[in-house]
Design a protein around this ligand. Structure first.
Ligand SMILES: NC(=O)C1=CN([C@@H]2O[C@H](COP(=O)(O)OP(=O)(O)OC[C@H]3O[C@@H](n4cnc5c(N)ncnc54)[C@H](OP(=O)(O)O)[C@@H]3O)[C@@H](O)[C@H]2O)C=CC1
Ligand SMILES: C[C@H]1O[C@H](OP(=O)(O)OP(=O)(O)OC[C@H]2O[C@@H](n3cnc4c(=O)[nH]c(N)nc43)[C@H](O)[C@@H]2O)[C@@H](O)[C@@H](O)C1=O
Length: 325
């Protein structure tokens, strides 16, 4: 018989983010930036913010001056031109140009200001359309991209290479994370430009209130997507700032996916909509599947905490409160 003896006591791993660090969260009014700011504050860090009304991050000179003046210990780059499948395919110019410009300003400005840590947020759409599933980080640049978000994906890929270049050339402790599809409080519910999950909540809710017998959703319903609550993403971002300092981007996901048809069934239940769902196949499906391989993040100790149904219910309540309902 073998007995599992306890190993020697583990030394705590020193954090790469000092207690009470001053962290500039770029994009703090957005879905991700607001959640990351909440999490950093809860962990005792000092969050620095500056809204777009006062600083357009596409302006490299003003961004560099702001970073020199505020001199943060770390930056979380959560400011970006972001949107769902229709926004991406309708406005590719803004998706490539705004994102390239924001990335150039913020990453170069942070380095010039002596910022020690920087976390750049990319997206799971950087991987080839037909990547192996679940998608490992090594799938980057191994095949053609999904056309509906190629401009955005290429800007994000440039961001990853920019981060790696600062690491190689200057030894900067800058890192990249690639989140899967996110949702939660703070999301956009604009039906034309939003991502699928808030759009479905709004479509079902409004259909129930109108007494509509059917709701029309986009595409075939067959694509599979992985969803992560933004509070789980925020916890992963802080963990990465504390513990990760390597070249390779890190996937951030829940490790589980479902079809859009299955998602519609969950959202229909949560919003108590009992009518039919009609699929408008003239609308694009996008990539057939993008489930991330999250083993690298799991090895750092990350586990998502918010189950999809619970997260959707919380997001629905948040949106109702926002509307004053
Ligand atoms: N949402 C998702 O499903 C996913 C998001 N990501 C990534 O996470 C990051 C954050 O996305 P998310 O929070 O969803 O996006 P949001 O659109 O919710 O937030 C983006 C934020 O960036 C700010 N911003 C945009 N352009 C500028 C600018 N020129 N100057 C200053 N601020 C600007 C916006 O300001 P304002 O409030 O004034 O509009 C907003 O606060 C992005 O890098 C995105 O690629 C990755 C995977 C999935
Ligand atoms: C995060 C990610 O987000 C985008 O990629 P996406 O996952 O394809 O985007 P999406 O959330 O908009 O759609 C997911 C699926 O859902 C279907 N769908 C049904 N009905 C609605 C609907 O009413 N609205 C929307 N938006 N989609 C719908 C839709 O047809 C598609 O099959 C990229 O911009 C990309 O750049 C990116 O990073």
């Amino acid at each position: 018989m073998t007995t599992d003896l306890p190993g020697p006591p583990q030394e705590p791993v020193p954090s790469l983010l000092r207690p009470g660090a001053r962290v500039f969260v770029a994009g703090h009014r957005g879905l991700v930036g607001s959640a990351v700011a909440r999490r950093l504050t809860a962990e005792g860090h000092d969050v620095i913010t500056c809204g777009r009304d006062r600083l357009d991050l596409r302006d490299a000179e003003r961004t560099a001056a702001f970073l020199r003046r505020t001199h943060p210990d770390a930056v979380v780059l959560a400011a970006a031109r972001v949107g769902g499948i229709m926004a991406n395919s309708t406005y590719p110019v803004q998706f490539i140009e705004d994102n390239l410009r924001i990335q150039l300003s913020v990453i170069a400005g942070a380095h010039a200001a002596g910022t020690e840590r920087l976390l750049f947020l990319g997206s799971s759409c950087i991987y080839p359309k037909l990547a192996p599933q679940p998608i490992p980080e090594s799938a980057l640049l191994t095949g053609p991209l999904e056309p509906t978000n190629e401009a955005y994906a290429l800007a994000k890929i440039a961001g990853i290479v920019q981060i790696q270049s600062y690491r190689h050339q200057y030894g900067a402790s800058y890192i990249s994370a690639m989140p899967t599809n996110l949702y939660g409080p703070g999301d956009s519910f604009d039906l034309e430009t939003s991502h699928v999950l808030p759009a479905l909540i709004r479509r079902f809710h409004e259909a129930r209130h109108r007494g509509a017998p059917a709701v029309t959703l986009w595409g075939s319903g067959n694509p599979r997507r992985e969803f992560l609550h933004v509070d789980d993403l925020a916890a992963a971002c802080v963990l990465l700032l504390e513990r990760y300092d390597e070249d390779a981007p890190v996937n951030v996901g829940s490790g589980e996916d479902l079809t859009i048809r299955e998602l519609a069934s969950v959202v229909g239940d949560v919003t108590s909509y009992q009518g039919e769902v009609v699929w408008d196949t003239a609308k694009p499906d996008g990539t057939p599947r993008k489930l991330l391989d999250v083993s690298r993040l799991a090895a750092l100790g990350f586990k998502p905490r918010i189950a999809l149904r619970e997260g959707i219910a919380g997001t629905y309540s948040w949106w109702l409160r926002q509307r004053g309902a």
